[in-house]
Write a protein of this length. Structure first.
Length: 128
């Protein structure tokens, strides 16, 4: 069986492989695709938060400490419980993934996601 292989450099070359090798490559491609789809569903991006909650994050400070110096935000963040404050810090300031936080805390992905969504809703309600 002949297949066209594209090198990283962009060069294409037609090569001969047996059916078994072709099926193994096809299976690996399928697994890679499924893994990518699974990861896309798990991530919580700022774009998704903006779209789902009509909540726009603004880059108003370089660090969490500078951010917390603003009196208004300090008041908003004080309305959150300690876990929600920690999640907001880890996701939006440290750039950690929800899956990593869940693993670190020994909680499920959905538990962490729901807690973060609750924090965002609470802040949004205060902003209105």
């Amino acid at each position: 069986m002949k297949v066209t292989y594209q090198f990283v450099t962009g060069e294409k070359q037609e090569i001969e492989i047996d059916e078994r090798t072709y099926q193994e490559i096809k299976e690996l491609d399928r697994q890679e695709y499924n893994n990518n789809q699974r990861e896309r569903r798990r991530h919580c991006s700022a774009d998704r938060l903006r779209d789902e909650f009509d909540f726009e994050l603004q880059d108003t400070a370089d660090t969490l400490d500078e951010f917390l110096q603003y009196d208004t935000w300090q008041r908003y963040l004080q309305q959150l419980n300690d876990r929600q404050k920690d999640l907001v810090r880890r996701v939006f300031f440290n750039g950690e993934k929800i899956t990593d936080i869940a693993r670190d805390l020994g909680k499920s992905f959905n538990t962490i996601k729901e807690s973060l969504e609750g924090a965002i809703k609470k802040i949004k309600k205060l902003l209105d």
